[in-house]
Structure formats: C-alpha cells, structure tokens
Write a protein that binds this ligand. Structure first.
Ligand code: MN3
Length: 200
C-alpha cells in the first residue's frame, strides 16, 4: 500500500504526565488516524494518485471537486502526521533564536501569539484545526475546518492543534479551553516549529 501510518515520535504513554493520556493516543492515533490512512489507500488503490506523495495528493485532490472524499482522508492523514510532531513530552516553554524574534515582530509578544492561537482554536466551530503558518515571511494564526490545511492553500505550516472533540474528550471531556491551555503550557514542541520555520 502506498500510504503508511508513521510511527509516533514518542511512546503512547509518554504524554501522560503532561495532560494527554495513553488512551487518547490509543484511539486518536491508533484508530482515528489509522482509519484515514486505510481509507486513503482504499480510495486511491489502482488510481494515478497511488504513486504520488501524500503532499501531492493533498494538493491535487483539494483542487478537484470530484476528489473530495480523497481530500478528506489525505488532508486528515497529513494533518495528524503534523500534529503528533507538534507535541512532545515536557513541551511548552518558549521558542528561541530567529523564531522567537519573528513571533515578537509579527504578534508583538509570545503572550499575544498564545492569545491569538488560543482564540482561533477555541472558536473553530465543530471539527477543525488551529495553525501557525509562515505566509511569505509573515507569521499568522489561522484555523481550518475538517481536513483543510495550509498546504492545500499553498502556505507553509509551522504548528497545528487538532480541536476535534476526539482530541481532548478523554482528558478534558467537553472543556476545549483547558485542552488548549495545556497544549501551550506542557505539550507544544517549539523545536519542531523552529525546524519548519527554518525550511525554505
Ligand atoms: Mn483528530
């Protein structure tokens, strides 16, 4: 099969001390994310998309209304691949170096960035994602519904947070704001954000 479920960059239980139970990852990664990969393989098997990269499938299917089912699964696979890397055990803290300076420049302060990101994550109605993106050299916070992502719009993603209920229901029940605050305080992987920022 062309598309694979990547390994998690940490153990299933590694985020437990930081507010995300192994049970959350067991379901969110092991069942939800895996189902998107399985569906994408079913939908592209034997088609010209089966040999494309995941990024290419996202871009091609987003522009073709006859491929919305493929986009919904390809987008979700890409988003979740990106999401797991946006987290790490004992994350949080502050960015450093050029990334920190760029956040200061574009948002005014790290706290202002956090406020804007939290607001986007809290106000995405229903299912979707909050993102930090690099839009031609300017950092911006955006939110997207369902499987949509910056890649589909030709933008560079730096960070994402999944705000679907399945992302937080086991840990925070219906309290999305608590989940968002915990992400920023204890889980956000600034090293990963800096790596994305440094990419051309
Ligand atoms: Mn999800």
């Amino acid at each position: 099969m062309a598309f694979e479920l990547p390994s998690l960059p940490y153990d299933l239980n590694a985020l437990e001390p930081y507010g995300m139970k192994g049970e959350t990852l067991e379901y969110h990664y092991g069942k939800h994310h895996k189902a998107y990969v399985d569906n994408l393989n079913k939908l592209t098997d034997g088609t010209e998309l089966a040999d494309k990269s995941l990024e290419e499938v996202v871009e091609i299917s987003f522009k073709d209304s006859s491929k919305v089912g493929i986009f919904n699964n390809a987008g979700q696979v890409w988003n979740h691949n990106f999401y797991w890397q946006s987290l790490k055990p004992a994350g949080g803290g502050e960015p450093t170096g050029e990334l920190a300076a760029q956040i200061q420049k574009d948002f005014g302060s790290l706290d202002k960035f956090k406020e804007e990101f939290s607001n986007a994550a809290a106000t995405q109605f229903g299912s979707g994602w909050a993102w930090l993106i690099d839009d031609g050299g300017v950092l911006k916070v955006i939110k997207t519904p369902n499987a949509e992502n910056p890649l589909a719009h030709g933008k560079k993603a730096l960070l994402t947070l999944d705000v679907w209920e399945h992302a937080y229901y086991i840990d925070f029940r219906n309290a999305r704001p608590g989940f968002i605050k915990n992400f920023l305080d204890q889980l956000i992987n600034w090293d990963f954000v800096a790596e994305q920022y440094a990419k051309a």
